[in-house]
Design a protein around this ligand. Structure first.
Ligand code: NAP
Length: 473
């Protein structure tokens, strides 16, 4: 199969193509167009030409297009899940869950399209302001560049394209090189749903080559990026006065307090640590367990981990499959090896075979180890003990990241203290940090990023607030 670039409402030949392989069995899936500088510029040009049409389109029409996309996803749910499973090695169960969330994301975008509004401003609150009627409106920014990662190839595209279209912008989308097929699928859905040509363009190819062209182009008003902190920082430094939102990585932590009934929470925590091979920005990477329940927790956690079925992403009962690349398997092996050399204890896993890294549980991991202080983005979790809640909160905060954190406790005072003190974008009480529904505000502090997604919040980032003041006297 050959996949061309999607520019100005049609597939266009690229000057070169790259091989796309299934990360699980390395089978060739497709030849994917690799955009040249001219291709990127023609995508930006198409988006620029379409921006007036998008800005003039009434809200109900934008909403109807988004609703149609959600409907097409529902109709072709299984096909979309299989696409994600083969290009990302995401187990089918998780891939179906991602398609269901993508449907919700576009549905929320359709709702938001209909309720974008401003507010009246009481100008007479200041001396000299009287005799005026003033209000704000929200206007689309124009052309938005969206750059997305491999790990939720459909839903993270939806978190950018959904609010951008809801707000009346046009988009140039650059999906991750490993997961282009689901992005091209979405472009086809928008086309069938009646989105004007040029309002959504999809270009694939090397991230840094395409990124540099997008960052330099003044017709682009905003770059919305989800991916690694390294690339996010680079984009921020090179985007001049463009608006930039960054949804970056983390080493998310969970606190489990004394008195928590372990049997009711362990399966959920295991899922939060290992779902999609730990390649989720809010995967549980560090668990701090009260010393009174530590041994029991580890024992039950390890036994539940051993029940995970490892294998082909296309098999119905697979829980864990291949990591996104062989290089990431090697990196994980090295980081786990270093932790073991420096005093951590291995309770299960630690082995790699082909593209798969076995789900791995480490205990008593020094906080300076990469598996603890860097984003491991692999099926590896560290479990350490604490005595006092203040100590646990400090351990969670001892991180350069701050996306979400979780705490299981029966003590309302400790829960509220944690909510106040944890330095993250979202605190999940009696829930894992991996919890997300798609309309909630979502984003990080510290090196986890800036700006918020969750459709309503993304729409705010993707619109310009304009003040209109009438002098009435
Ligand atoms: P990545 O390597 O940073 O790539 C993300 C995107 O950026 C890809 O499309 C990539 O293209 C592109 N890119 C690479 N270099 C670029 C450059 N110099 N300029 C512009 N774009 C460039 O991240 P990933 O490995 O795909 O995804 C994993 C990371 O995403 C993790 O850190 C994870 O925590 C983070 N993430 C965060 C969230 C969140 O909401 N906070 C959600 C999901 C994932 P190529 O593929 O062509 O290199």
């Amino acid at each position: 199969m050959k996949k061309d670039l999607w520019i100005d409402g049609e597939f266009k030949n690229a000057s070169s193509y790259m091989e796309l392989k299934n990360p699980y069995n390395l089978e060739l899936l497709a030849h994917i167009g690799s955009a040249s500088q001219e291709d990127v510029l023609s995508a930006v040009n198409a988006a620029y030409q379409a921006k007036a049409k998008m800005a003039e389109m009434p809200a109900y029409e934008r909403a109807e297009i988004l609703e149609k996309v959600a409907h097409l996803l529902k109709t072709e749910r299984e096909e979309c899940a299989e696409l994600i499973a083969v290009e990302a090695a995401k187990p089918l169960k998780a891939a179906r869950a991602e398609v269901d969330r993508t449907i919700m994301t576009y549905t929320f975008a359709a709702h938001e399209a209909r309720r974008i509004h401003g507010e009246t401003v009481p100008m007479d609150g200041a001396p000299g302001g009287q005799g005026r009627l003033a209000f704000t409106i929200r206007e689309p920014l124009g052309v938005i560049a969206a750059i997305t990662p491999f790990n939720f190839p459909m839903n993270l595209v939806a978190h950018k394209v959904g609010p951008a279209i809801a707000a009346g912008n046009s988009v140039v989308l650059k999906p991750a090189s490993q997961t282009p097929l689901s992005a091209y699928k979405i472009a086809e859905y928008f086309h069938s749903a009646g989105l004007p040509a040029g309002a959504l363009n999809v270009i694939t190819g090397s991230g840094n080559k395409i990124g540099d062209v997008l960052m330099k182009d003044n017709r682009i008003k905003m770059i919305t990026f989800t991916g690694s902190p390294e690339v996010g920082s680079y984009i921020r430094e090179h985007s001049g006065l463009k608006r930039v939102t960054l949804e970056l990585g983390s080493n998310s932590a969970l606190i489990v307090d004394d008195g928590v009934v372990l049997d009711s929470v362990i399966p959920r925590i295991v899922n939060g640590a290992f779902a999609y091979q730990g390649q989720v920005c809010i995967s549980i990477q560090r668990i701090y367990v009260h010393e009174n329940i530590f041994e029991g927790f580890v024992e039950k956690f390890v036994s539940e981990t051993k029940n995970l079925k490892v294998g082909n992403p296309l098999e119905e009962d697979t829980d864990i499959s291949a990591m996104i690349s062989r290089g990431d398997v090697q990196r994980t092996k090295e980081w786990v090896g270093e932790a073991l050399n420096n005093g951590a204890q291995l309770r299960v896993g630690g082995r790699a075979e082909d593209g798969i890294f076995q789900p791995t549980v480490l205990m008593n991991v020094p906080s300076s180890e990469k598996v603890s202080c860097e984003e491991v983005f692999a099926p590896v979790v560290s479990i350490n003990r604490f005595t006092e809640m203040d100590e646990a909160i400090n351990l969670v905060n001892d991180s350069k990241y701050g996306l979400q954190a979780g705490i299981f406790t029966n003590d309302i005072h400790k829960a509220l203290k944690a909510a106040k003190k944890l330095e993250v974008g979202g605190v999940m009480i009696n829930e894992i940090p991996t919890f997300r529904v798609d309309q909630m505000p979502y984003g990080g502090v510290k090196m986890s990023g800036m700006g918020r997604e969750g459709i309503k919040y993304a729409v705010e980032e993707m619109t310009e607030l304009k003040l209109i003041s009438f002098k009435t006297e």
